[in-house]
Unconditional design. Structure first.
Length: 475
């Protein structure tokens, strides 16, 4: 998505974010020397290739203001015309910059806004050398924002991740341009007619296929009924909460998957259950849609109720999972958050939320839903509509450090914000023949709303890709 300049740059400087693909900090740069000019040129070209961003001068890499060494006016040293001329000499194709000078505690800081919207990569028009003849800017080089030694920085595009991201930005902007052309040239009457027809199609599709959200409500209703049969009413369970290693509240993760169009020809018999469970990826000891039948230490077995297979599992220390699978192609699972079970003695359940664990569970839901559906149908136009719900979030902080033994690398947001919202829901959609790229995009789309309730933190797509590669690639 094209980067948009914040409306209030003063507020941005008062609460500066970490460096990202779209935000770069530089200490005070001298434009009298080629070394300083090269930093500005390469950073602006890289931000342009990252679909826009800000170069903020006068801050170190930790987003801390640095004392200005110039006696001359900052607006003269970094005059917009001077910066525009410098970058235009080296950018091909050329693009327009804007420069603003927001003040913080009486000191002005240059903020260079590089617009996005590229349809082709920007390359270096010519070379620039330093005083020792070292090449500072290489002719025809494509500079991008990428990970350098575990940190976001500016470098030439070298690996496939850099090129994939750059090409994706260009293609998305081309699609947006095509949409603008259509809107400009289609007659209003034609648009109204097409819109009315589209609404009619969507209404018919919605009425013939129950929305995924209904599956979460059905799952919650079935869970309450199953839990009541095993442990009494909701009031009884609240009076006798599950035994945990520390005091505190626990949260839950729910996933629903609806096969569209619905499956036919299956019944809630043992043959259907065997087909589904034989296709289960079996990712680890306690996977989603876990079937512990014939395993030592478990007395639970799936049972049929109201035409679907159900299972309620409870182990010591509050580990709990409930699921059901329908012959029509409706799969639901609810499980306790691992963060509230696998915790250190010094930590309280309900105190943190692991970003990595949340991504893993969403990807696992994708994996299971795809495996189940592929075992039951071979129609290539089959779609899987997912919905996710996380509960028990209020008061937690995000944990960006580990995800169940998977270390997350790179620049990660702050974890100091506490959630003020208790429930988050999101959706995703996949086709049965989906490839790796759309799965990563769907995972990012599904988990991003969850991180946003923690102070508006943005989930970097590369974090999802990293977990995907380490988790999906090993099975």
């Amino acid at each position: 998505m094209t980067f948009r300049k914040p409306d209030n740059l003063v507020e941005l400087l008062q609460n500066p974010p970490h460096e990202t693909f779209n935000i770069e900090y530089k200490e005070w740069i001298s434009l009298e020397e080629n070394e300083g000019k090269a930093k500005v040129v390469k950073t602006c070209l890289a931000l342009r290739n990252s679909d826009g961003g800000l170069l903020i001068i006068g801050f170190d890499n930790d987003a801390t203001p640095v004392d200005c060494p110039w006696e001359e006016s900052v607006q003269n040293v970094y005059h917009p015309d001077k910066l525009q001329e410098l970058v235009s000499q080296y950018a091909d194709p050329r693009f327009e910059l804007t420069v603003e000078f927001p003040a913080l505690q009486g000191q002005q800081y240059p903020v260079i806004y590089v617009p996005g919207g590229i349809c082709t990569p920007v390359v270096a028009r010519k070379s620039m050398s330093g005083s020792d003849d070292k090449v500072l800017v290489r002719q025809n080089a494509v500079y991008v924002r990428t990970l350098v030694n575990g940190k976001v920085g500016t470098a030439e595009a070298q690996n496939h991740q850099d090129w994939d991201r750059l090409m994706e930005i260009c293609f998305e902007n081309r699609e947006a341009d095509f949409g603008r052309v259509l809107r400009r040239h289609l007659e209003p009457e034609s648009l109204r007619s097409a819109y009315a027809e589209l609404k009619k199609i969507l209404a018919e599709e919605t009425s013939s296929h129950p929305p995924t959200e209904n599956l979460l409500y059905e799952g919650a209703r079935r869970y309450e009924a199953a839990a009541s049969r095993c442990f009494g009413t909701t009031e009884d369970r609240e009076a006798k909460p599950p035994k945990l290693s520390n005091a505190g509240h626990v949260g839950f993760f729910e996933a629903g998957c609806v096969v569209d169009p619905p499956l036919s020809g299956y019944h809630a018999d043992e043959n259907f259950l065997n087909v589904v469970m034989a296709a289960h990826p079996g990712l680890w000891d306690s996977p989603l849609w876990f079937n512990p039948r014939r395993l030592p230490g478990f007395s639970s077995s799936p049972y049929v109720k109201d035409g679907v297979w159900e299972l309620f599992i409870r182990k010591p220390f509050g580990v709990e999972q409930f699921w059901f699978i329908s012959p029509k192609g409706r799969f639901y699972v609810r499980t306790v958050l691992e963060e509230d079970i696998q915790i250190e003695q010094s930590m309280q359940p309900g105190s943190r939320l692991s970003v990595g664990w949340r991504i893993r569970r969403v990807l696992e839901a994708f994996r299971c839903g795809l495996a189940f559906t592929r075992a039951l149908t071979s129609k290539e136009d089959t779609r899987l509509r997912f919905q996710f719900r996380w509960t028990g979030l209020t008061g937690r902080i995000l944990d960006w450090s580990l995800s169940g033994n998977i270390p997350l690398r790179g620049i990660l947001p702050s974890s100091s914000y506490r959630a003020q919202q208790d429930v988050v829901q999101s959706t995703a959609c996949l086709v049965i023949s989906v490839g790796h790229g759309p799965i990563i995009e769907a995972g990012h789309h599904a988990v991003a709303p969850l991180t946003q309730v923690f102070g508006g933190q943005v989930l970097d797509r590369r974090v999802v890709e990293q977990v995907y590669q380490q988790f999906w690639g090993r099975v």
